[in-house]
Every structure is written in C-alpha cells, then in structure tokens.
Ligand binder design. Sequence first.
Ligand code: SAH
Ligand code: SF4
Length: 344
Amino acid sequence: MNIQRVSDTLGRLKAPAFRLEQLRRAVFRETSASYEEISVLPVSLRQALGQAGPLLSVSAQAVLVSGTQRAHKASLKLCDGQEVETVLLRPSPTRWTTCISCQVGCAIGCTFCATGLMGFSRHLTPEEITDQVLFWRQYMKQRGLEGRLDNVVYMGMGEPFACYDNVSESLKILMDQRQFAVGARHISVSTSGLVPQIERFGKDFPQVNLAVSLHAADDELRDRLVPINRAYPLARLGKALRTYLRSSSRKVFLEYVLLRGENDRPEDAERLIQYVKSLGPLELLHVNLILFNQTETRHGACSEESARVFHKRLRNADIRATVRQNLGRDIQGACGQLIAQAKH
Ligand code: SAH
Ligand code: SF4
C-alpha cells in the first residue's frame, strides 16, 4: 500500500483527517485485505480508494507450503507482469520471519545463486518491497496461522544495496509506528559487499542488522564466487566493516555458504578466522555457515559432517558461529533458490 497515494486521494475528496487513521488501523492492525472490507469507511471513500489503485500492489500467482509447514513460498505478480518470490518462515513455534525480495533478478551474478543466474530485470519500488510483508500478514490471517510476523530479512531476490534508495525508503515504512511498526532490531539487510552503501547504511540505519555475504576470505576465490569483490576487494570491505563496527557497536553477521572442495577446506577456515579477527571485537561478529542449497550450477554441497568440522574450527578460534538451518528446500524456497517462476 502506498500511504502517500491513499492520503492524496483522501485529501482530494476532502475527507477528515481521522479517516486516514481509520484506514491505517484497518490495514496495519486489523490486516484488512481490501478497501471494500474496511466497513468503518463510507462506501464512496472505499470506491474512490479502489479506483486509485489496489490496496496491495502485488498479487499471488502461487503459494507452496513445505512438508514441515515451516516455510511458505509465494510467487507474486507485479503491476508490469513480472514476478518475484518471497518466503514466510517459522524458525521456531512462536516466531515468524519473512524473507523479502528487492529486485527482479540480480546483477551481481554470484555463481552459486539461482537469482544471480537469471540476470537483472529491475528494482522493486518501496511499495512492492513492503507489500510482501503485508501480503504475508494477510495470508497468515486468512489461514489462521497464529503469532505475529514481525521479523523481516532482506535475503530474497536481489542485492539490497544496489537499490539503496528504494530499500532505504522501504525500511522507513516498515519501521514507521503508524504503518508496519517492525522494530529496527527485527530487520536484517544482507549485502554481497557494496562498500559505499555499507558506509551509508551504518549512518542511516545504525539499529538495523547488517549481514555481509562473505563466502571466501581470499580475493582470488571471492573474485570468482562473488564478482562484486573485483570492485570492492576484501581489504576495502574489511575497512568499511571496521568503521561500521566502531560507529554502530552493532553485531555484524557474516554469511558463508559452504561449497564442497572450494571454500570448505581447513585452509579456508584458517583464512576466514584471520579475516574475522582483523575486523574488530569478536563479540560483535557472528559467522552464519550456510549449507549450499542445490541450484542449477556447477557447485556442490559439503557434507553435514564437513560443516560440523568447519564450524568447530571457528569455535575453537573463539569465533561465534552457527550452521544455519535451511527451511524450505523442498519448495525451492531456501537461500539462493528464489527465481521468478514465469521465467523458470
Ligand atoms: N543479495 C544479498 C541477499 C540475498 S541472498 C546477498 O547476497 O547477501 C541471501 C543469502 O543466500 C546470501 O548470503 C547468499 O550468498 C546466500 N545464497 C545464495 N545462493 C545460495 C545457495 N545456493 N545456497 C545457500 N545460500 C545461498
Ligand atoms: Fe545477487 Fe545475493 Fe544472489 Fe549474489 S547471492 S547473485 S548478490 S541475490
């Protein structure tokens, strides 16, 4: 929902100010799915709002639910007919998280990522980004799924810092108390390492969690896996992260997808340990080891046993680390598996 458009429509119709409040309450607290449903508003207002545009800028083409019921993936159609995917996750019985997309495709081209393979089509607007959260809240209400959705991760399709302005606007909308009211600490933005935007983000959103997709701690390998490394190599990234840690004192999450025979060897663990130690206080750094989710690429997953050994090496070096649970693999909804169905 574009609150500015709604407010302009109400202004044009000379509706009293409390109408906007009623509408906000209906959409963001009671999770009404359409203007017609908002019965506290006069019919004429509901019709005028409907004519100005639908409440949700996205519409579900298909929803898949994983066998565990802990991951739901939707393909959403945008107003120009393109599609993006978005995921609703239940990492624990009482917690819901959504993994949202910010671009159709992605231009960064990480070699192991399905989104990267499809190339880049366009940025999502702030409304399209935040409407994914609204979509899932409505979905949960319709399905009678209990609990509240108030964790958001920008880890779907696209590179958030390649569309910084739209993502920045969407963050403001999500955190706005009169709209989504999601706490800054419940939001994480994941980047492949665009240094100038990391610096901006540290100043603009010091309370929002930052995750950096590292995947390799030597330039030669990272150049190949995460091509943005050629523009912003590890030393530059490290400098930006040190500054970020000093000024925000917030934890930084480093993501590391374990690829068999490529970055999962003892020497890779050692390089990672040295790199992490060069960044700042270890209590402010957390490595998320991700098991590779199958994509149509040349990469292979390391075994769970190798992941455990790699994990142990980090822990023995006093590095905080976890092996991330992969929800939604059976519906191609896990990290790096999202694509636009229409192009599949
Ligand atoms: N573009 C951003 C955020 C989206 S990707 C970024 O790259 O950080 C979210 C996470 O999934 C990133 O850490 C990404 O590297 C990881 N990922 C991509 N493909 C994957 C795959 N096939 N298996 C596991 N993780 C993957
Ligand atoms: Fe883009 Fe992230 Fe996929 Fe890399 S991992 S191609 S940055 S979406």
